[in-house]
Design a protein around this ligand. Structure first.
Ligand code: NI
Length: 132
């Protein structure tokens, strides 16, 4: 029997749980997503949100928001979506949106690596993604 080295490596990889509450205690900044995991070419990020973001769209990708705590409004040009803890929505690529939170929200984001948080809008709220 031959041993496939890749298989051996995969079997010895140790998978650890990622505690989102603990990750969220590591930072205070708003609108600055932090990467907590990767899968394939996607980033799993957590973010703290308060106030109004900037209207923008992502021409190349959809964007998933999953609220962990608080109440997040995602404004679209023709309607708003309100998400509470445990609720998610997917913003389709190319669709203008502007997240808003009257009080602090924590959320998980799932999107391809390299997506810029402000999409096509740019500006002061553009943040580089950090690993935590
Ligand atoms: Ni966006």
């Amino acid at each position: 029997m031959t041993i496939n080295p890749q298989e051996t490596q995969a079997k010895s990889t140790r998978v650890e749980p990622i505690d989102l509450a603990a990750k969220l205690e590591l930072f205070d900044e708003h609108w600055s997503p932090k990467r907590v995991a990767q899968l394939n070419d996607y980033d799993v990020k957590v973010v703290k949100i308060v106030g109004d973001f900037v209207w923008h769209s992502h021409d190349e990708t959809d964007e998933l928001f999953l609220v962990i705590s608080g109440r997040l409004t995602i404004q679209f040009r023709n309607h708003d979506v309100v998400l509470g803890p445990g609720q998610l929505c997917v913003v389709p690529r190319g669709v203008e949106h502007c997240p808003r939170a009257d009080d602090e929200v924590t959320a998980l984001l799932l999107e391809p690596a390299g997506v810029v948080n402000t999409g096509n809008a740019g500006g002061d709220l553009t943040a580089a993604v950090e690993d935590i």
